[in-house]
Ligand binder design. Structure first.
Ligand code: ZN
Length: 79
């Protein structure tokens, strides 16, 4: 059973669909019972789709990249 640290660690691979069914199942299970991780995953999923849209269609607004990097560097990975 995955804990929060493991779950967050797999976040990117999960969103990119790079995990095995077994690991994805564990993460789904954890997310269904953990609001913190669920929100973190929602946030990153949203972020990824925004970035993909922006990269596909138009230039990034000035300063957005720095804001995103700040978000990744905040307390998300800290206990
Ligand atoms: Zn959790």
């Amino acid at each position: 059973m995955a804990d929060c640290t493991e779950t967050i660690k797999e976040l990117d691979a999960f969103l990119d669909g790079e995990l095995t069914d077994h690991v994805r199942e564990q993460i789904h299970h954890h997310l269904s019972g953990c609001v913190d991780c669920h929100q973190a995953f929602d946030f990153h999923a949203e972020l990824k789709s925004v970035i993909q849209r922006k990269c596909a269609n138009e230039e990034m607004p000035e300063g957005l990249m720095e804001k995103i990097q700040q978000c990744f560097n905040t307390d998300l990975l800290d206990p």
